[in-house]
Write a protein that binds this ligand. Structure first.
Ligand code: GDP
Ligand code: MN
Length: 381
C-alpha cells in the first residue's frame, strides 16, 4: 500500500526521523489556517500517490498565510499523472544547503535489503541513475543482521555526502532503515533528504510502501486507507472479499484463482477483445460469492458482456451455477454471460444452467471458445 507523503512522514516522526513541521489541508481556507498556525514562509505540497509532483507544479512556496491559501487553491483539484489532488501538505519552509537521495527496498533476486544513497538528490533520480550511475551508491544488507552503524557511515562516505554532518546523516540512515524494517515496508524512499543551513539532516519528502502482509502487526495502518480516494468499485469488491481490479476494456471477467483469471485476460486479448476488469473469486467460492461478483460488475458501465471462467477444484461448479441462477433472479443483469465450467461437479453445474434456460447465459466448452463468444457479443452490444 502506497502512502501519501504526509502519512509516510507521520511514521518517520514516530520512528525518530526528523521531518519539517506540517499540517494537511483539504480546502484553501484550511491551508490558510494551517499556514497561520505554522507561521512564516511555508511550502504547499500536493498529496498524490505518485512521484514527480515538483516538476508537475504540485510543490509551491508561499510567503505567508494569504499566499498559502492562493497556492492551495491552484494545487487542489490539479491532475498529476491521472491523480486528482484532494489534500495538500503545508510545511514550514526548510533552508536547503544540500539535497540527497536515500532509499531502502527489497532486492528479491538477491534475497537481501538494498540501500541506495546519492549526493545528487532532488527531483530526477532516474536521470542520475541513467547518466551518472556511479553517483548512486548501492549496498546490500543482510536482513538477518540488519544495517550496522559502520555500513551507514560507509554509505555516507561512498556517496560523498557532506563530511561535517556525516555523523548526523548516518544516524538518520539508521533510523530510516529501522522504520523500513520495523514498519514492514517494501519501500522507504526519501528524495530529497536535506542538509539544512544549520547542519541538520531532515527528510523533506517521503515515499513509503507498506507490505499489507504485515498489517496484522500494525492494526492502525488500516486507518491510512480512510484518506485514499479509492475506486468505488474496488472498494465495494474489497468489502465483499473479492479480488477486483478495474481495467479499460468491455469484457467483464470472473474466474477462480489469480492465475486462471490472468490467463483469461490473456486469451480475451488474444482473440481481439479487452477485459473490463480482473475479478478473482478465490478458491471454494459459493453461490453468494458469484452473485456478489456479478453484482459488482453491474455497477461498471463499461461492461458489455461477462465471461465466467471456472476450473473447479475446491470450487464446486454446481454452486457457481446456482450463484448465476440466483443473480439472474435477483439482479438486473444488463449483459449476456458466457460461462465455461470445468472440473468439480461441472456436469451438474452445466445442467443447472441448462435448466434455468436463460437467453442471457451462453455456455462454452473451453476457455478459448468462451473468450471468442464473449468478444463477439461485446462487439455486437
Ligand atoms: P517531488 O517532486 O514529488 O519529489 O516533491 P518533493 O517533496 O521532493 O519536492 C520537490 C522539490 O521542491 C525539492 O527537491 C525541493 O527542491 C523543493 N522543496 C520542497 N520543499 C521545500 C522547502 O521547504 N524549501 C525549499 N527551498 N524547497 C523545497
Ligand atoms: Mn521528492
Amino acid at each position: 500500500m502506497d502512502l501519501f507523503e504526509y502519512q509516510g512522514k507521520s511514521l518517520f516522526a514516530r520512528m525518530g526521523v526528523p521531518v519539517p513541521q506540517g499540517r494537511i489541508a483539504r480546502t484553501p481556507a484550511e491551508a490558510r489556517a494551517a499556514a497561520g498556525e505554522l507561521g512564516g514562509r511555508v511550502v504547499v505540497k500536493a498529496q498524490v500517490q505518485v512521484g514527480g509532483r515538483g516538476k508537475a507544479g504540485g510543490v509551491k512556496l508561499a510567503a505567508d498565510a494569504g499566499e498559502a491559501e492562493a497556492r492551495a487553491a491552484e494545487i487542489l483539484g490539479m491532475d498529476i499523472k491521472g491523480h486528482t489532488v484532494r489534500i495538500v501538505l503545508i510545511e514550514q519552509v526548510s533552508d536547503i544547503a544540500a539535497e540527497w537521495y536515500v532509499s531502502f527496498t527489497l532486492d528479491r533476486g538477491a534475497k537481501q535489503h538494498l540501500a541506495m544513497v546519492s549526493a545528487k538528490g532532488g527531483m530526477d533520480i532516474e536521470g542520475v541513475a541513467a547518466e551518472d550511475p556511479a553517483a548512486l551508491v548501492k549496498m546490500h544488507i543482510d536482513p538477518v543482521i540488519g544495517l550496522a552503524e559502520w555500513q551507514a557511515r560507509e554509505l555516507v562516505y561512498r556517496a560523498g555526502l557532506d563530511r561535517a554532518s556525516a555523523r548526523a546523516s548516518a544516524a538518520v540512515l539508521l533510523k530510516l532503515y529501522g522504520a523500513f524494517v520495523g514498519l514492514d515496508c517494501d519501500l522507504v524512499e526519501v528524495n530529497p533528504l536535506i542538509l539544512t543551513g544549520s547542519g541538520e539532516v531532515v527528510a523533506l519528502d517521503s515515499k513509503v510502501t507498506l507490505d499489507s502482509n504485515g498489517f496484522f502487526r500494525h492494526p492502525d495502518f488500516e486507518d491510512f486507507r480512510a484518506d485514499f480516494t479509492e475506486d468505488p468499485l474496488e472498494k465495494m469488491a474489497r468489502e465483499r472479499d473479492l479480488n477486483f481490479i478495474k481495467l479499460e476494456g468491455s469484457v467483464g471477467i470472473i474466474g477462480n484463482g489469480a492465475g486462471l483469471v490472468m490467463s483469461t485476460l490473456d486469451v480475451v486479448s488474444l482473440v481481439g477483445g479487452s477485459a473490463a476488469n480482473f475479478l478473482d473469486v478465490g478458491g471454494g467460492a459459493g453461490a453468494d460469492t458469484i452473485r456478489n461478483a456479478l453484482d459488482v460488475l453491474t455497477r461498471d458501465e463499461a461492461v458489455r458482456v461477462v465471461l465466467i471462467n471456472i476450473f473447479g477444484g475446491i470450487t464446486r461448479c454446481d454452486l457457481v451455477a446456482q450463484g448465476i441462477v440466483e443473480a439472474l433472479g435477483s439482479l438486473e443483469l444488463p449483459w449476456p454471460i458466457v460461462v465455461r465450467l470445468d472440473g468439480t461437479n461441472a456436469t451438474a453445474g452445466r445442467a443447472i444452467l441448462a435448466q434455468a434456460a436463460s437467453a442471457s447465459v451462453v455456455p462454452a466448452a473451453t476457455m478459448r471458445e468462451a473468450a471468442e463468444r464473449a468478444v463477439e457479443l461485446a462487439g455486437r452490444a
